[in-house]
Structures are given as structure tokens and as C-alpha cells.
Design a protein around this ligand. Structure first.
Ligand code: IMP
Length: 207
């Protein structure tokens, strides 16, 4: 007698080149249930890729290409940070380690505020940037770039978010990302904007 196969169809998989479970959950939520998102913590035995690039694009490609050589299927990697115009777009790719290797967020924000001390409001323009790279078999297939423009506050404000959130006021707001809710931040963040582009690319590729 034949039995009916009720097993769910195999979902397409996407591997994230990150060990940050928060990013994995965020991306799974954005992409919905039609894709199974895994990451380097689940894949095991993946090499650490050194971020030796001088741009977000270089670093995201290094990670996506490097990891995709060790797994089957498509790999997505991101690199993000803060660009301050009056500091020549620093801290940029050094955002996580601006005040020194292994430093805490508060040391980084203090150093930016110190270097921006006395700089007038109209010259305090900055943006968060997130670049996503997609690769397979060591070759980049696409790159997406999301930004949110803003102004640097003159002091730390708010308890929410992480990194430079307490000193960044998105354009049109008098509050910092540290004061705004995470829902408001996600409607306009650099990461959400890059992910929207990736989602369109992923959907077009599947159809
Ligand atoms: P990553 O590339 O996402 O790991 O981010 C590198 C660094 O950029 C972080 O350690 C933060 O200092 C900064 N950064 C990236 N995204 C954000 C954000 O949404 N808010 C505040 N800081 C951020």
C-alpha cells in the first residue's frame, strides 16, 4: 500500500557568515518562513575570516567569499559601522575597535565625542552604513548598501540600542537611537535598508 508523503518540502537554506545570533534572528524574521537561515555557530568548524579590508564592501565580500569556500550553498555576510563626515568618514570599518582592540562601546562613543568637541551642529553630519555581500563557491554574486543619515549629539543620550546609538540622531528626530524605540530604529536603520534590497534579490532569484 502506498503512503502519502506529508513531509514539508525542503526549504532553501541561507548561511550567515556571523556568530551573532541576534543578527541571525533578525534576518530570519525579515525573510520569513520560506527560507531557513543558519549561521556560523550552527555550521561548526568554519574559519575566522580576518576583516583586513579598508571599506565595508571589501570586508563583507572577504567574509562571504571566504566562508562560501567551506560550505555548500549561498552565504550572506555583513559589515557595518558609523561614518562621521568631519572625521573623514571615521570610524568606518574600525567602528568596533575605534578606541583600541577589544574596547567597549562606551570607549568608542567617548572618543568620537572628544574628537568632535567644538564642531558646530551643521558640521556634525554622520551616517550608519551596512553593506551585505552574497557569495557562492568563493565568488560574490551581489552587494547591497543601506544607510541612515543623521547628526551626532554632543553627549550620550538614552539607554537603548548598542554601539554608537546613544550619540546618533537620525535626520528628522531630536532623539538619539538610544532614546528611540527599537521598532522606530528598525523602520529606518541601515541594516533594514540593506536587508530589504537583499530580500528583493532573493525573491527574484527564487521565482
Ligand atoms: P558589525 O559590522 O555589525 O559587527 O558592526 C561593527 C560596529 O559598528 C559595531 O560594533 C558598532 O560599534 C557599530 N554599529 C554597527 N551597527 C550599529 C547600530 O545599528 N548602532 C550602533 N552602532 C552600530
Amino acid at each position: 500500500m502506498e503512503t502519502e508523503n506529508t513531509a514539508p518540502a525542503k526549504l532553501p537554506k541561507l548561511l550567515l557568515a556571523t556568530r551573532n545570533r541576534h543578527k541571525t534572528r533578525e534576518i530570519q524574521t525579515m525573510l520569513g518562513e520560506g527560507v531557513l537561515v543558519t549561521d556560523a555557530t550552527e555550521a561548526g568548524n568554519l574559519p575566522e575570516i580576518e576583516e583586513t579590508g579598508t571599506t565595508f564592501e571589501e570586508n563583507s565580500k572577504l567574509k562571504a567569499e571566504g566562508i562560501s569556500l567551506h560550505v555548500r550553498g549561498i552565504v550572506l555576510a555583513d559589515d557595518s559601522g558609523l561614518e562621521v563626515d568631519a572625521l573623514g568618514k571615521q570610524p568606518g570599518v574600525y567602528s568596533a575597535r575605534y578606541a583600541g582592540p577589544g574596547c567597549i562601546d562606551e570607549a568608542n562613543t567617548s572618543l568620537v565625542l572628544e574628537r568632535m568637541s567644538g564642531v558646530p551642529h551643521e558640521q556634525r553630519t554622520a551616517r550608519f552604513r551596512c553593506v551585505l555581500a552574497v557569495a557562492e563557491n568563493g565568488v560574490t554574486m551581489a552587494v547591497f548598501d543601506g544607510t541612515v543619515e543623521g547628526i551626532l549629539a554632543t553627549e550620550v543620550r538614552g539607554e537603548g540600542g548598542f554601539g554608537y546609538d546613544p550619540i546618533f540622531m537620525p535626520l528628522g528626530y531630536a532623539e538619539t537611537f538610544g532614546e528611540l524605540s527599537s521598532e522606530v530604529k528598525h523602520t529606518m536603520s541601515h541594516r533594514s535598508r540593506a536587508l530589504v534590497q537583499f530580500k528583493e534579490w532573493w525573491a527574484a532569484r527564487k521565482s
